[in-house]
Design a protein around this ligand. Structure first.
Ligand code: NAD
Length: 500
């Protein structure tokens, strides 16, 4: 753990093993007890005043230096930690742990500078200004396993705004998270500003969500966990000094809708990458596709042929496109969905893949399920693995099928449409206005880039505060308005009170 700028060991260790090679003991981490959560909160609150008072130029320099260290000295260490700890191939690690995290740090400095410049008008005789204060208390960042960049961004975005942070990462992302703390410390982040601890989720929640100084939570993870957090925070609402900011990006059931005029080859490439890169463990991964009857056979045949060429295995063999899923619980969950297809009474069948093997690592073959029923469970629920379900619809019923798509799942994170007919593209963009927070035209629904496609979804997919954008940074600021009058009135009476 890193509390108050120092490494802390509890003596209660947990093993870190690569998901693709479970016989290999990669390392261990020291689990946090309740006392470490209290220590982290105390360290953060002690650091708060000096950190909030530090001038923006110096705060910014720390994060820009961290970005530079990550882009140079630490690039390969960080990528390697992500490859080994989270089972990402070299390309997936580079676009996440190096590129996206560097982008988050540099773009957030740029966006925050823009926010600070936004000031109200000052008519003659007065000065008006907005002071963008940090929140009065500490922020809790709770981060998922699947992106090293999200792990780094969730604590550093509020910290950049002058907040102090308790960071609880997923147990399956401890290795790369600890490398990021090393970088932040080398970049000169003062003690106590970000404190990285490894407690269980419910325990950190119980302590933080009843603490008077709890000022907000920056969460990315599953919908159920976020909804429980919100309930606990609501139950304790009278205890906090301020109303906490609740920011959460959560699950998805991301769609690809193929119009009868689509380019079949573009659809096949979009599905192959969009559904199966990083074993489908991206919140944005395509997991349900609607194919028109006129193109379905061609797309299915080509997609199956492509998937058969995807090699699966360890991360240090660079010819592997597919690696392992994150852990045994996830493996078992994905396998159950696949096994249940056999008992679906003909509502669904396996088109390709379906084999699962955990003898050496948690390997699940890229799997395509074909569902005749568009409401079949794998068309609705997030599976978070390399499983794509397709449904073939009658080509002349495409408008009706758009409405089915919109109403099938509670989520609204990402979605893609493929079409060549521009009237149809215009129509679908409008009809699906609330179906996805990130909407793609003739492209896969994954791969959002900071500064280009601000990322986040609505409905059950989160508060849509768009990570890596101005919208997100506003949530960690609490503005104070200051008005100064140059020549103050010295008499309460107005002219109309004067005798004629
Ligand atoms: P998860 O919800 O299991 O865990 C996320 C974090 O919450 C972890 O640090 C975990 O330890 C912690 N946690 C678990 N239970 C908790 C509790 N009761 N109280 C407090 N914290 C608790 O999610 P995961 O498996 O790490 O990540 C996958 C999920 O994240 C998927 O649902 C995916 O869609 C979502 N995700 C969403 C986005 C997005 O931007 N919308 C991005 C990445 C991942």
């Amino acid at each position: 753990m890193y509390i108050n700028g120092a490494e802390v060991r509890s003596g209660t260790t947990k093993e870190i093993r690569p998901p693709h090679e479970t016989a290999h003991l990669l390392g261990q981490f020291h689990a946090s007890g309740e006392e470490h959560i209290h220590q982290a909160i105390e360290a953060a609150m002690n650091a708060r005043e000096s950190w909030a008072a530090m001038s923006w130029e110096h705060r910014a320099s720390i994060f820009l230096k961290a970005a530079e260290l990550l882009a140079t000295k630490y690039r390969y260490k960080m990528n390697a930690a992500t490859m080994l700890g989270q089972s990402k191939n070299a390309f997936q690690a580079e676009i996440d742990a190096a590129c996206e995290l560097i982008d988050f740090l540099r773009f957030n400095v740029h966006f925050l500078s823009q926010i600070y410049k936004q000031q109200p008008m000052s008519p003659q005789g007065m000065d008006n200004r907005l002071e963008y204060r940090p929140l009065e208390g500490f922020v809790l960042a709770v981060t998922p396993f699947n992106f090293t960049a999200i792990g780094g961004n969730l604590p550093s975005a509020p910290a950049m705004c002058g907040n102090v942070v308790i960071w609880k990462c997923a147990n399956t992302q401890v290795y790369s998270a600890s490398v990021f703390m090393e970088i932040l410390m080398e970049a000169g982040l003062p003690a106590g500003v970000i404190n990285l601890i490894y407690p269980s989720g419910p325990v950190v929640g119980r302590i933080c969500y009843s603490h008077p100084d709890f000022a907000g939570v920056h969460f990315t993870g599953s919908t159920g966990v976020f909804q429980d957090m919100w309930k606990s925070i609501g139950t304790n609402i009278a205890r906090f000094k301020s109303y906490p900011r609740i920011v959460g990006e959560t699950g998805g059931k991301d769609f690809v809708f193929v119009h009868p005029t689509a380019d079949a080859d573009a659809v096949v490439a979009g599905l192959a990458r969009g559904a199966f890169e990083y074993q489908g463990q991206k919140c944005s991964a395509a997991s349900r596709a609607y194919l028109p009857s006129n193109l379905a056979d061609e797309i299915k045949t080509k997609l199956v042929a492509e998937l058969k060429t995807m090699k699966m295995g360890v991360v240090d063999d660079f010819t592997n496109f597919i690696n392992a899923v994150i852990d045994e619980a996830s493996f078992n969950n994905i396998k159950t969905y696949i096994d249940n297809v056999k008992n679906s009474d003909g509502k669904a069948s396996i088109l390709c893949g379906g084999n699962c093997d955990k003898s050496k690592g948690y390997f699940v073959e890229p799997t395509v399920i074909e569902a005749t029923d568009p409401g079949y469970v794998t068309m609705c629920e997030e599976i978070f693995g390399p499983v794509l379900t397709i449904h073939v619809y009658e080509a002349d019923r495409w408008i009706h099928t758009l409405d089915v798509l919109d109403q099938t799942s509670p989520y609204a994170l990402t979605g893609a449409i493929f079409a060549r007919d521009r009237y149809a593209i215009d129509f679908m963009t409008k009809r699906l206005v609330n179906s996805a927070g990130n909407f793609y035209i003739n492209d896969k629904p994954t791969g959002a880039v900071v500064g280009q496609q601000p990322f986040g979804g609505a409905r059950a997919s989160g508060t849509n505060d768009k990570a890596g954008s101005l919208l997100n940074l506003y949530r960690w600021l609490s503005a104070r308005t200051i008005k100064e009058t140059y020549v103050s009135p010295t008499n309460y009476r107005y002219p109309f009170h004067q005798p004629e």
